[in-house]
Design a binder for this molecule. Structure first.
Ligand code: ADP
Length: 368
Protein backbone atom coordinates (compact mmCIF):
# COMPACT_ATOMS: atom_id res chain seq x y z
CA UNK A 1 0.00 0.00 0.00
CA UNK A 2 1.37 3.39 -0.86
CA UNK A 3 2.06 5.62 2.09
CA UNK A 4 0.48 8.56 0.30
CA UNK A 5 -2.77 6.65 -0.06
CA UNK A 6 -2.72 5.69 3.61
CA UNK A 7 -2.11 9.34 4.57
CA UNK A 8 -4.95 10.46 2.35
CA UNK A 9 -7.35 8.00 3.98
CA UNK A 10 -6.36 9.08 7.48
CA UNK A 11 -6.67 12.76 6.48
CA UNK A 12 -10.17 12.16 5.13
CA UNK A 13 -11.17 10.29 8.30
CA UNK A 14 -10.29 13.32 10.40
CA UNK A 15 -13.65 14.75 9.33
CA UNK A 16 -15.49 11.88 11.04
CA UNK A 17 -16.35 12.68 14.65
CA UNK A 18 -17.17 10.39 17.55
CA UNK A 19 -20.52 11.91 18.67
CA UNK A 20 -19.95 11.02 22.34
CA UNK A 21 -16.43 12.31 22.67
CA UNK A 22 -16.49 15.29 20.30
CA UNK A 23 -13.14 14.52 18.65
CA UNK A 24 -12.44 12.83 15.35
CA UNK A 25 -11.87 9.09 15.11
CA UNK A 26 -8.24 9.45 13.97
CA UNK A 27 -7.21 11.66 16.91
CA UNK A 28 -8.97 9.23 19.21
CA UNK A 29 -6.92 6.34 17.74
CA UNK A 30 -10.04 4.42 16.86
CA UNK A 31 -9.00 3.38 13.34
CA UNK A 32 -7.20 0.06 13.07
CA UNK A 33 -6.23 -2.63 10.62
CA UNK A 34 -6.22 -0.43 7.52
CA UNK A 35 -5.72 -2.56 4.43
CA UNK A 36 -5.74 -1.31 0.84
CA UNK A 37 -5.61 -3.59 -2.16
CA UNK A 38 -6.22 -2.63 -5.80
CA UNK A 39 -8.36 0.32 -4.77
CA UNK A 40 -10.37 -1.66 -2.20
CA UNK A 41 -10.09 -0.40 1.36
CA UNK A 42 -10.98 -2.15 4.59
CA UNK A 43 -10.45 -1.12 8.18
CA UNK A 44 -12.02 -1.32 11.62
CA UNK A 45 -13.23 1.34 14.04
CA UNK A 46 -12.68 0.28 17.61
CA UNK A 47 -15.56 1.06 19.95
CA UNK A 48 -16.82 0.04 23.37
CA UNK A 49 -19.12 -2.96 23.03
CA UNK A 50 -22.02 -1.00 24.59
CA UNK A 51 -21.83 1.69 21.94
CA UNK A 52 -22.13 -0.64 18.92
CA UNK A 53 -25.55 0.49 17.72
CA UNK A 54 -24.89 4.21 18.35
CA UNK A 55 -21.73 4.04 16.28
CA UNK A 56 -23.39 2.68 13.15
CA UNK A 57 -23.80 6.18 11.58
CA UNK A 58 -20.08 6.81 12.25
CA UNK A 59 -19.19 3.55 10.50
CA UNK A 60 -21.33 4.56 7.50
CA UNK A 61 -19.86 8.05 7.39
CA UNK A 62 -16.31 6.66 7.48
CA UNK A 63 -17.16 4.35 4.60
CA UNK A 64 -18.63 7.19 2.53
CA UNK A 65 -15.74 9.56 3.21
CA UNK A 66 -13.16 6.99 2.10
CA UNK A 67 -15.21 5.79 -0.85
CA UNK A 68 -15.37 9.37 -2.12
CA UNK A 69 -11.57 9.60 -2.40
CA UNK A 70 -10.12 9.42 -5.92
CA UNK A 71 -9.00 5.92 -6.93
CA UNK A 72 -11.03 4.11 -4.25
CA UNK A 73 -13.35 1.47 -5.66
CA UNK A 74 -14.83 0.19 -2.44
CA UNK A 75 -14.60 0.84 1.29
CA UNK A 76 -15.59 -1.72 3.90
CA UNK A 77 -15.61 -0.53 7.48
CA UNK A 78 -16.57 -2.64 10.46
CA UNK A 79 -17.00 -1.77 14.10
CA UNK A 80 -14.83 -3.84 16.33
CA UNK A 81 -14.92 -4.17 20.09
CA UNK A 82 -11.94 -5.42 22.01
CA UNK A 83 -13.15 -7.97 24.47
CA UNK A 84 -11.07 -8.86 27.46
CA UNK A 85 -12.39 -12.39 27.37
CA UNK A 86 -12.04 -12.98 23.63
CA UNK A 87 -8.89 -15.07 23.88
CA UNK A 88 -8.96 -18.61 22.52
CA UNK A 89 -9.26 -20.06 25.99
CA UNK A 90 -12.30 -17.96 26.91
CA UNK A 91 -15.26 -20.03 28.04
CA UNK A 92 -18.16 -20.28 25.61
CA UNK A 93 -20.58 -18.50 27.88
CA UNK A 94 -18.40 -15.63 29.02
CA UNK A 95 -20.36 -13.61 31.58
CA UNK A 96 -22.67 -11.06 30.05
CA UNK A 97 -21.41 -11.50 26.49
CA UNK A 98 -22.75 -14.39 24.53
CA UNK A 99 -25.95 -15.07 26.39
CA UNK A 100 -27.19 -11.52 25.80
CA UNK A 101 -26.27 -11.49 22.14
CA UNK A 102 -29.49 -12.90 20.73
CA UNK A 103 -32.08 -12.56 23.45
CA UNK A 104 -35.10 -13.59 21.35
CA UNK A 105 -33.48 -16.68 19.86
CA UNK A 106 -34.27 -19.90 21.70
CA UNK A 107 -31.75 -22.22 20.03
CA UNK A 108 -28.76 -21.83 17.73
CA UNK A 109 -27.50 -24.72 15.62
CA UNK A 110 -24.22 -24.58 13.70
CA UNK A 111 -23.87 -26.46 10.43
CA UNK A 112 -20.19 -27.15 9.91
CA UNK A 113 -17.83 -29.23 7.82
CA UNK A 114 -14.19 -30.14 8.01
CA UNK A 115 -13.57 -28.86 4.49
CA UNK A 116 -15.29 -26.95 1.68
CA UNK A 117 -17.47 -28.35 -1.07
CA UNK A 118 -19.16 -31.16 0.86
CA UNK A 119 -22.59 -29.51 0.73
CA UNK A 120 -22.58 -27.70 4.07
CA UNK A 121 -24.53 -24.68 2.78
CA UNK A 122 -26.97 -26.85 0.82
CA UNK A 123 -27.62 -28.81 4.02
CA UNK A 124 -27.93 -25.63 6.11
CA UNK A 125 -30.53 -24.04 3.85
CA UNK A 126 -32.61 -27.20 3.46
CA UNK A 127 -32.39 -27.91 7.19
CA UNK A 128 -33.61 -24.37 7.92
CA UNK A 129 -36.52 -24.79 5.49
CA UNK A 130 -37.36 -28.22 6.90
CA UNK A 131 -37.41 -26.84 10.46
CA UNK A 132 -39.69 -24.06 9.23
CA UNK A 133 -41.96 -26.61 7.53
CA UNK A 134 -42.15 -28.32 10.93
CA UNK A 135 -43.84 -25.19 12.29
CA UNK A 136 -40.84 -23.47 13.88
CA UNK A 137 -39.80 -19.85 13.37
CA UNK A 138 -36.40 -20.02 11.73
CA UNK A 139 -33.53 -17.66 10.98
CA UNK A 140 -30.46 -18.43 8.92
CA UNK A 141 -27.18 -16.69 9.71
CA UNK A 142 -24.66 -17.04 6.92
CA UNK A 143 -21.45 -16.96 8.94
CA UNK A 144 -19.42 -18.08 5.94
CA UNK A 145 -18.10 -14.55 5.62
CA UNK A 146 -15.40 -15.50 3.14
CA UNK A 147 -17.77 -17.20 0.67
CA UNK A 148 -21.37 -16.38 1.54
CA UNK A 149 -23.83 -18.52 -0.46
CA UNK A 150 -27.16 -17.80 1.23
CA UNK A 151 -28.21 -14.85 -0.95
CA UNK A 152 -27.98 -17.20 -3.94
CA UNK A 153 -29.44 -20.28 -2.25
CA UNK A 154 -32.41 -18.43 -0.75
CA UNK A 155 -32.83 -16.37 -3.92
CA UNK A 156 -32.51 -13.01 -2.16
CA UNK A 157 -30.88 -9.92 -3.63
CA UNK A 158 -30.66 -6.29 -2.62
CA UNK A 159 -29.54 -4.65 0.58
CA UNK A 160 -31.10 -4.89 4.03
CA UNK A 161 -32.75 -1.75 5.38
CA UNK A 162 -33.39 -0.51 8.91
CA UNK A 163 -36.89 0.35 10.09
CA UNK A 164 -35.80 1.69 13.50
CA UNK A 165 -32.64 3.45 12.27
CA UNK A 166 -30.52 1.36 14.64
CA UNK A 167 -30.67 -2.29 13.71
CA UNK A 168 -30.81 -3.89 10.29
CA UNK A 169 -33.90 -5.86 9.37
CA UNK A 170 -32.99 -9.34 8.17
CA UNK A 171 -33.81 -10.24 4.57
CA UNK A 172 -36.49 -12.87 4.07
CA UNK A 173 -37.59 -15.49 1.55
CA UNK A 174 -39.35 -18.86 1.68
CA UNK A 175 -40.40 -17.90 5.24
CA UNK A 176 -36.80 -17.76 6.51
CA UNK A 177 -35.13 -14.67 7.94
CA UNK A 178 -31.57 -14.40 6.73
CA UNK A 179 -28.49 -12.26 7.20
CA UNK A 180 -25.34 -12.71 5.18
CA UNK A 181 -22.15 -10.82 4.45
CA UNK A 182 -23.24 -11.27 0.84
CA UNK A 183 -25.93 -8.59 1.41
CA UNK A 184 -23.46 -6.12 2.86
CA UNK A 185 -20.41 -6.46 0.64
CA UNK A 186 -20.25 -6.46 -3.16
CA UNK A 187 -19.52 -9.94 -4.46
CA UNK A 188 -16.32 -8.85 -6.25
CA UNK A 189 -14.92 -7.08 -3.20
CA UNK A 190 -11.81 -8.85 -2.07
CA UNK A 191 -12.39 -9.32 1.62
CA UNK A 192 -9.15 -8.61 3.39
CA UNK A 193 -10.43 -9.42 6.83
CA UNK A 194 -8.14 -9.44 9.76
CA UNK A 195 -9.01 -11.66 12.71
CA UNK A 196 -10.78 -9.01 14.78
CA UNK A 197 -12.69 -7.77 11.76
CA UNK A 198 -14.07 -11.24 11.12
CA UNK A 199 -15.22 -11.45 14.71
CA UNK A 200 -16.75 -8.04 14.52
CA UNK A 201 -18.61 -8.77 11.28
CA UNK A 202 -20.14 -11.85 12.88
CA UNK A 203 -21.05 -9.96 16.03
CA UNK A 204 -22.73 -7.27 13.98
CA UNK A 205 -24.75 -9.80 12.06
CA UNK A 206 -26.07 -11.10 15.37
CA UNK A 207 -26.27 -8.07 17.64
CA UNK A 208 -27.14 -5.34 15.16
CA UNK A 209 -29.79 -7.28 13.28
CA UNK A 210 -33.40 -7.24 14.32
CA UNK A 211 -33.86 -11.04 14.43
CA UNK A 212 -36.88 -10.84 16.72
CA UNK A 213 -38.22 -14.03 18.26
CA UNK A 214 -36.90 -17.24 16.70
CA UNK A 215 -37.37 -20.85 17.75
CA UNK A 216 -34.10 -21.69 16.08
CA UNK A 217 -31.29 -19.99 14.22
CA UNK A 218 -29.29 -22.12 11.80
CA UNK A 219 -25.71 -20.90 11.35
CA UNK A 220 -23.88 -21.77 8.14
CA UNK A 221 -20.31 -21.86 9.45
CA UNK A 222 -17.23 -21.19 7.32
CA UNK A 223 -15.72 -24.48 6.09
CA UNK A 224 -12.80 -25.94 7.97
CA UNK A 225 -11.56 -25.99 11.52
CA UNK A 226 -9.05 -23.16 11.73
CA UNK A 227 -8.81 -20.35 14.25
CA UNK A 228 -11.60 -18.33 12.65
CA UNK A 229 -14.02 -21.24 13.02
CA UNK A 230 -12.94 -21.91 16.57
CA UNK A 231 -13.45 -18.27 17.51
CA UNK A 232 -16.92 -18.37 16.02
CA UNK A 233 -17.77 -21.55 17.87
CA UNK A 234 -16.77 -19.70 21.03
CA UNK A 235 -18.51 -16.44 20.30
CA UNK A 236 -21.89 -17.77 19.28
CA UNK A 237 -23.86 -19.32 22.14
CA UNK A 238 -24.46 -22.54 20.22
CA UNK A 239 -27.02 -25.07 21.37
CA UNK A 240 -25.34 -27.72 19.23
CA UNK A 241 -23.60 -28.51 15.97
CA UNK A 242 -24.36 -30.60 12.90
CA UNK A 243 -21.38 -31.89 10.92
CA UNK A 244 -21.81 -32.43 7.19
CA UNK A 245 -19.56 -34.97 5.52
CA UNK A 246 -19.31 -36.90 2.29
CA UNK A 247 -18.71 -40.61 2.71
CA UNK A 248 -15.09 -40.69 1.54
CA UNK A 249 -12.63 -41.51 4.25
CA UNK A 250 -10.68 -38.36 3.69
CA UNK A 251 -13.73 -36.20 4.23
CA UNK A 252 -14.51 -38.17 7.35
CA UNK A 253 -11.05 -37.47 8.72
CA UNK A 254 -11.93 -33.82 8.20
CA UNK A 255 -15.31 -34.32 9.83
CA UNK A 256 -13.53 -35.75 12.86
CA UNK A 257 -11.55 -32.51 13.15
CA UNK A 258 -14.80 -30.55 13.08
CA UNK A 259 -16.23 -32.73 15.78
CA UNK A 260 -13.20 -32.32 17.98
CA UNK A 261 -13.27 -28.56 17.53
CA UNK A 262 -16.81 -28.31 18.95
CA UNK A 263 -16.02 -30.68 21.76
CA UNK A 264 -13.04 -28.53 22.68
CA UNK A 265 -15.36 -25.57 23.28
CA UNK A 266 -18.05 -27.70 24.96
CA UNK A 267 -20.63 -27.44 22.20
CA UNK A 268 -22.65 -30.66 21.92
CA UNK A 269 -22.34 -32.28 18.50
CA UNK A 270 -25.85 -33.39 17.50
CA UNK A 271 -24.46 -35.71 14.85
CA UNK A 272 -23.28 -36.21 11.28
CA UNK A 273 -25.21 -35.83 8.02
CA UNK A 274 -23.85 -37.90 5.16
CA UNK A 275 -24.23 -35.83 1.99
CA UNK A 276 -23.78 -37.14 -1.57
CA UNK A 277 -24.34 -40.47 0.11
CA UNK A 278 -25.38 -42.45 -2.96
CA UNK A 279 -26.58 -41.85 -6.50
CA UNK A 280 -29.86 -43.02 -8.01
CA UNK A 281 -29.76 -43.20 -11.80
CA UNK A 282 -32.61 -41.00 -13.10
CA UNK A 283 -33.04 -43.34 -16.11
CA UNK A 284 -32.98 -46.84 -14.69
CA UNK A 285 -33.44 -46.17 -10.99
CA UNK A 286 -30.34 -48.17 -10.08
CA UNK A 287 -28.63 -47.04 -6.91
CA UNK A 288 -24.85 -46.59 -7.03
CA UNK A 289 -22.73 -45.98 -3.97
CA UNK A 290 -20.10 -43.83 -5.59
CA UNK A 291 -18.15 -43.02 -2.44
CA UNK A 292 -18.75 -46.30 -0.59
CA UNK A 293 -21.86 -45.11 1.21
CA UNK A 294 -22.41 -45.60 4.92
CA UNK A 295 -19.06 -44.38 6.20
CA UNK A 296 -20.64 -41.57 8.20
CA UNK A 297 -23.02 -43.89 10.04
CA UNK A 298 -20.10 -46.12 11.11
CA UNK A 299 -17.94 -43.13 11.91
CA UNK A 300 -20.71 -41.57 13.99
CA UNK A 301 -20.97 -44.73 16.07
CA UNK A 302 -17.21 -44.83 16.45
CA UNK A 303 -17.07 -41.22 17.57
CA UNK A 304 -19.98 -41.66 19.94
CA UNK A 305 -22.11 -39.06 18.20
CA UNK A 306 -25.43 -39.32 16.39
CA UNK A 307 -26.12 -40.14 12.77
CA UNK A 308 -28.70 -37.65 11.57
CA UNK A 309 -29.40 -38.98 8.09
CA UNK A 310 -28.19 -39.27 4.54
CA UNK A 311 -28.85 -37.23 1.41
CA UNK A 312 -28.17 -38.64 -2.07
CA UNK A 313 -26.11 -37.02 -4.80
CA UNK A 314 -28.75 -35.66 -7.11
CA UNK A 315 -28.76 -33.04 -9.81
CA UNK A 316 -32.12 -31.72 -8.59
CA UNK A 317 -30.66 -30.92 -5.17
CA UNK A 318 -27.91 -28.94 -6.83
CA UNK A 319 -30.09 -27.13 -9.37
CA UNK A 320 -32.75 -26.13 -6.85
CA UNK A 321 -30.41 -24.83 -4.16
CA UNK A 322 -28.08 -23.09 -6.59
CA UNK A 323 -31.14 -21.57 -8.29
CA UNK A 324 -32.60 -20.01 -5.15
CA UNK A 325 -35.43 -22.54 -4.63
CA UNK A 326 -34.00 -25.27 -2.39
CA UNK A 327 -35.71 -28.62 -2.78
CA UNK A 328 -37.52 -28.50 0.59
CA UNK A 329 -39.23 -25.27 -0.53
CA UNK A 330 -39.80 -26.12 -4.18
CA UNK A 331 -40.60 -29.86 -4.00
CA UNK A 332 -41.61 -30.58 -0.42
CA UNK A 333 -43.13 -33.95 -1.32
CA UNK A 334 -40.06 -35.31 -3.13
CA UNK A 335 -38.04 -38.10 -1.48
CA UNK A 336 -35.04 -35.76 -1.16
CA UNK A 337 -37.06 -33.12 0.66
CA UNK A 338 -38.33 -35.88 2.95
CA UNK A 339 -34.73 -36.83 3.75
CA UNK A 340 -34.13 -33.25 4.94
CA UNK A 341 -37.42 -33.21 6.86
CA UNK A 342 -36.33 -36.36 8.71
CA UNK A 343 -32.95 -34.78 9.48
CA UNK A 344 -34.73 -31.67 10.77
CA UNK A 345 -36.86 -33.81 13.07
CA UNK A 346 -33.77 -35.53 14.45
CA UNK A 347 -32.10 -32.13 14.97
CA UNK A 348 -35.19 -30.72 16.69
CA UNK A 349 -35.20 -33.70 19.08
CA UNK A 350 -31.58 -32.97 20.02
CA UNK A 351 -32.37 -29.28 20.50
CA UNK A 352 -35.18 -30.16 22.89
CA UNK A 353 -32.91 -32.56 24.77
CA UNK A 354 -30.12 -29.98 25.03
CA UNK A 355 -32.56 -27.32 26.26
CA UNK A 356 -33.93 -29.75 28.85
CA UNK A 357 -30.42 -30.40 30.12
CA UNK A 358 -29.58 -26.69 30.24
CA UNK A 359 -32.75 -26.00 32.20
CA UNK A 360 -32.00 -28.78 34.67
CA UNK A 361 -28.51 -27.37 35.18
CA UNK A 362 -29.67 -23.77 35.69
CA UNK A 363 -29.74 -22.51 39.26
CA UNK A 364 -33.25 -22.45 40.66
CA UNK A 365 -34.58 -19.35 42.35
CA UNK A 366 -36.24 -20.31 45.60
CA UNK A 367 -38.97 -17.99 46.90
CA UNK A 368 -39.20 -17.80 50.67
P1 ADP B 1 -20.09 -26.21 0.98
O1 ADP B 1 -21.01 -25.27 1.70
O2 ADP B 1 -19.71 -27.41 1.79
O3 ADP B 1 -18.91 -25.55 0.34
P2 ADP B 1 -22.20 -26.30 -0.99
O4 ADP B 1 -23.43 -26.55 -0.19
O5 ADP B 1 -21.96 -24.92 -1.50
O6 ADP B 1 -20.92 -26.83 -0.23
O7 ADP B 1 -22.22 -27.35 -2.18
C1 ADP B 1 -21.23 -27.39 -3.19
C2 ADP B 1 -21.91 -27.72 -4.53
O8 ADP B 1 -22.42 -29.05 -4.46
C3 ADP B 1 -23.10 -26.83 -4.84
O9 ADP B 1 -23.13 -26.57 -6.21
C4 ADP B 1 -24.29 -27.66 -4.41
O10 ADP B 1 -25.46 -27.35 -5.14
C5 ADP B 1 -23.82 -29.07 -4.71
N1 ADP B 1 -24.43 -30.07 -3.83
C6 ADP B 1 -24.47 -30.08 -2.48
N2 ADP B 1 -25.11 -31.17 -2.02
C7 ADP B 1 -25.51 -31.87 -3.12
C8 ADP B 1 -26.24 -33.10 -3.33
N3 ADP B 1 -26.67 -33.83 -2.30
N4 ADP B 1 -26.46 -33.49 -4.61
C9 ADP B 1 -26.01 -32.74 -5.65
N5 ADP B 1 -25.33 -31.60 -5.54
C10 ADP B 1 -25.08 -31.16 -4.29
Amino acid sequence: MSEAMEQQIFEALRSVKDPDRGQDIVSLNMVSGLAVKDGHVAFAIEVDPQRGARMEPVRKEAEQVVHALPGILSATVVLTAEREDAGPAAPRTAPGQDASMLPGVKAIVAVASGKGGVGKSTTAVNLALALSAGGHTVGLLDADIYGPSMPRMLGISGEPTSSDGQTLDPMENHGIKCMSMGFLVEEETPIIWRGPMVQSALQQMMRDVNWGELDVMVVDMPPGTGDAQLTMAQQVPLTGAVIVSTPQDIALADARKGLNMFRKVDVPVFGIVENMSYFVCPHCGERTEIFSHGGAREEAALLATGFLGEVPLDVEIRETSDGGHPIVASKPDSPHAKAYLAIAEAVWDRITQAQGKAQAAAPRIVMQ
